[in-house]
Design a protein around this ligand. Structure first.
Ligand SMILES: Cc1cc2nc3c(=O)[nH]c(=O)nc-3n(C[C@H](O)[C@H](O)[C@H](O)COP(=O)(O)OP(=O)(O)OC[C@H]3O[C@@H](n4cnc5c(N)ncnc54)[C@H](O)[C@@H]3O)c2cc1C
Length: 812
């Protein structure tokens, strides 16, 4: 084996081969892949080979399209047949909720670039004449989906990489990783050592073991899944003889599984419900397990079989030829972990990949792009491994993975937080806010109130694609903030302290805004080298050498990792994650001052404590409270960051004083409405690493003139060239359902842009959304249309901040 390579990929499944291919195609040919046995010997060889493009997630949809594009080009590139059957995919909707889901998806698909059609039952039966189906309301058809031969596609990508100079070492098991003095990685194997600049881990079911060698707890656990293949079915043989095309892959919400043609028979892959779902290799893949299958388990999916036979009587008459049952990796959100490993330089993860055939091409393309180019051309943040935090330990992952895969085929709704492994992270306010009616969701493992159900009202807050019967209470919360005062539990916010003699200079070289002076705060962004927004911070200057940074909950591990990797080696800057040490309540609304002032000696008058300033002191009996005169709701208000030990006391005090001022606890849903009315953007939706600062219209926070910062050059170049897209605020006239995110935006029926986030603005009485539009369509008054649950709604570009445009209320 060679002694050195620029990149070493560990694992020779579809994902590892995809990465090797991706790197080689980008011209990095001094790359090697190490595989402990043979290529495809992990989960890859026995996969069903399905490549489904259905997802409402704009970025995920675009990424999956890349897999299809790459696989379709493989034969020309490598002369290998990869068994690609572009038969399409058909999903049957039997309930109104499922139809809502599909209809909502239709407003996203075109923006993603995915072909999709909503078919009538008669049209669906034309594609699948063997269906005996009474209940179908409609069907969703993705004509570009298909299935591929998993081993062949892996081998083809391996060949494509080898042809370009990449090396593959079989029977080579990685036993350990060590960082060398020069900053490279020495990898120990059963066949000697190899040193490299970059390590990529793509070890399938072994992910937790691989992670352990690197000191990482990988938030993935394999689940066990199976499919059956039938003997030849006369009706299918006859179709073939007549020269009829292969029927689309079929999914039905009652069957909870997939059915496709396989040779002259059928393949049926039912999804195991949580209660029947088995995990695999919880304590590591056992030594006896190689390219093996596991014993058939009919009982766990017998109900799916019954439903499948009702749907397709031919299935019931067919003999069974084979059962294929094996493990593959699963994560809590059923998305891969692709991107940088936290805390380690030049270690990249392509682990926890549920659907490695579906994802192999994508991960190969985008992870290699990230490694070679230093940033991605599209927003891959939904796959970034650092979207999970320390809470995603093994016990948590086991429960969440069982829930995720075990409800895979069930109805899911926007914004839902599923119940497994909860409550896990709670602030001391939890019980008290529960008494006040909090209906909880989850952010970064923390329980976070979505809304509050008033006493005496019986409402469990069921999720929906449409306006719900609890929207009126959310409206009341919004009104309380606009007319009196609200208390928002914001403890899950990510909080860092940056200190030390070089703190100011170091942060200044990273963040795009000027740093605030002592006692002041501002909003500042950490950009990618391409000028995209990878983090948004409120930065407060607490002392000459102490800054307090607040960012979105989900970014805790990500932001800490990015900043840690930029720290100077000389110890002149210290970065601390104080997220778990400090809670936060926002007291916001015209009466906020009246609630807070009796509890503190700090003068809260506008003169003494103006907008965008910070002071520390005592509130009630709570010491060391950091009061930030800033908020996301667009009213007079303070965010109170306090040591968590004082939280119960502080809450009781605020509720007691607040009572006479009409203080109401306010949840996340109201917060969304409030921030949209103010055109305040949200990270990972309106702001993301793909859209540059100009495109996401955060110009006023970019201080080009201050000197160098990360991403500045790219912004200067883009400004010179001309910015082509802009994020603008639009108003949508709608009823019964709101824009969510990712919907296409149309003008005279032509797709012109997309929504990055939206919702009902309770104060304004209509939907408000952010839309990414070509610059020439960003003029105020431009007429647009947005499809919401199948209806084209009229929309108009409006000025930013439709509520209190001058922010006079926040500054009052
Ligand atoms: C019944 C069934 C049906 C499925 N159907 C589909 C489908 O239709 N579509 C789809 O996309 N997915 C499907 N899957 C899932 C799919 O099989 C996996 O997601 C995919 O194979 C994972 O690919 P991978 O490259 O990540 O992992 P693997 O294929 O498991 O490859 C990992 C490789 O890493 C090697 N390795 C591990 N540790 C080391 C080490 N220390 N040193 C060197 N090498 C190491 C292993 O030997 C292995 O070869 C199915 C799975 C099952 C069980």
């Amino acid at each position: 084996m060679q002694k050195h390579a620029r990149v070493v990929v560990v694992g020779g499944g579809c994902v590892g081969a995809g990465i090797l291919y991706g790197l080689a195609r980008r011209g990095w040919t001094d790359v090697a892949l190490l595989e402990r046995t043979q290529l495809t010997a992990g989960s890859t060889w026995h996969a069903a080979g399905l490549v489904p493009s259905y997802t409402r997630n704009f970025n995920v949809g675009r990424m999956i399209a890349k897999t299809i594009e790459i696989y379709e080009g493989l034969e020309a590139d490598t002369s290998q047949n990869v068994g690609w059957h572009k038969c399409g995919q058909l999903r049957l909707a039997n309930s109104r909720e499922r139809l809502d889901e599909f209809t909502s998806y239709m407003s996203v698909a075109e923006a993603q670039g995915t072909r999709a059609e909503l078919l009538s039952p008669a049209e669906a039966r034309k594609l699948w004449p063997l269906l005996a189906h009474e209940k179908m309301l409609a069907a969703l058809y993705n004509p570009d989906d298909g299935h591929i031969a998993p081993a062949d596609v892996t081998q083809a990508m391996a060949k494509g990489a080898r042809d370009r100079g990449a090396k593959i070492y079989l029977e080579t098991e990685v036993k350990g990783f060590e960082r060398t003095a020069s900053g490279e990685w020495k990898i120990t194997t059963n066949r000697g050592d190899i040193t490299c600049e970059h390590v990529v881990c793509a070890t399938g079911n072994y992910a937790r073991q691989t992670g352990a060698m690197l000191g990482l707890e990988i938030p993935a656990i394999p689940i066990i899944h199976q499919y059956w293949i039938t003997e030849a079915i006369p009706e299918l043989v006859e179709r073939k003889q007549q020269g009829l095309p292969e029927m689309p892959i079929l999914r039905d919400e009652h069957v909870e599984g997939y059915i496709r043609q396989e040779g002259d028979g059928l393949m049926f892959g039912p999804y195991e419900r949580t209660e029947n779902l088995k995990l695999f290799a919880e304590d590591g893949v056992p030594d006896w397990f190689g390219a093996d299958l596991l014993e058939e388990d009919f009982d766990s999916v017998s109900v799916n079989w019954e439903h499948a036979v009702e749907l397709l009587p031919v299935l019931g008459r067919a003999g069974i030829k084979a059962n294929v049952r094996g493990p593959f990796q699963m994560t809590a959100d059923e998305l891969p972990l692709m991107g940088p490993a936290w805390g380690l330089r030049n270690v990249w993860l392509a682990e926890g990949v549920p659907g490695g055939i579906l994802w192999g091409g994508t991960i190969g393309y985008y992870l290699s792009e990230r490694i070679v180019e230093g940033a991605n051309s599209v927003d891959t943040s939904d796959l970034d491994p650092r979207r999970f935090g320390d809470y995603a330990n093994k016990a948590w992952t086991k429960e969440k993975v069982r829930e995720a895969w075990g409800t895979h085929a069930l109805l899911h709704y926007p914004g839902e937080s599923l119940p497994a492994a909860r409550p896990q992270k709670t602030a001391p306010s939890y019980d008290r806010l529960s008494e006040l009616g909090a209906r909880w969701g989850v952010l970064n493992g923390w329980e976070f109130p979505n809304w509050y159900c008033p006493e005496g009202v019986d409402n469990d807050g069921a999720y929906s694609w449409r306006w719900t019967n609890y929207d009126k209470y959310i409206g009341e919360e919004v009104r309380a903030v606009r007319s009196a005062v609200g208390l928002v539990e914001m403890t899950p916010m990510t909080k860092f302290e940056v200190s030390g003699p070089a703190a100011r200079q170091w942060l200044d070289g990273i963040l795009a805004n000027r740093l605030p002076k002592l006692g002041r705060l501002n909003l500042s962004h950490h950009l990618t080298k391409n000028g995209g927004v990878q983090a948004e911070y409120i930065v407060a200057c607490l002392a000459a050498d102490l800054f307090y940074l607040i960012s979105t909950p989900r970014a805790e591990r990500w932001n800490f990792d990015e900043l840690s990797k930029l720290l100077p080696q000389d110890g002149s800057v210290l970065l601390r994650n104080v997220t778990n040490d400090r809670g936060c309540f926002t007291i916001v609304g015209p009466k906020a001052r009246e609630v807070l002032q009796p509890l503190t000696e700090i003068d809260l008058s506008n003169e003494a404590f103006p907008w965008f300033t910070v002071k520390s002191g005592t509130v009630g009996l709570a010491s060391d409270v950091r009061l930030l005169r800033v908020n996301y709701e667009g009213e007079l208000g303070w965010e109170l960051y306090h040591p968590l030990c004082y939280q119960r006391h502080l809450l009781d005090q605020l509720l007691a004083v607040g009572e006479e001022h009409g203080l109401r606890p306010v949840g996340l849903y109201a917060l969304e409405s409030l921030r949209l009315e103010k055109s305040f953007k949200a990270m990972f939706r309106d702001l993301n690493p793909e859209l540059t600062a100009w495109e996401s219209s955060i110009d006023r926070f970019i201080a080009l003139e201050k000197g160098d910062f990360i991403g500045r050059d790219a912004l200067v170049r883009q400004k010179e060239k001309g910015v082509e897209w802009r994020l603008v605020t639009i108003a949508i006239e709608t009823q019964g359902a709101s824009a969510l995110m990712n919907e296409g935006v149309y003008q005279n029926g032509k797709l012109v842009g997309r929504i990055t986030s939206g919702g009902f603005a309770h104060t304004l009485g209509r939907d408000v959304a952010f839309a990414l539009l070509p610059v020439n369509l960003g003029e105020i008054g431009t007429a647009l249309e947005v499809p919401i649950l199948g209806e084209r709604r009229n929309a108009t570009v409006i000025a930013d901040s439709p509520y209190d445009p001058q922010s006079l209320r926040s500054r009052s």
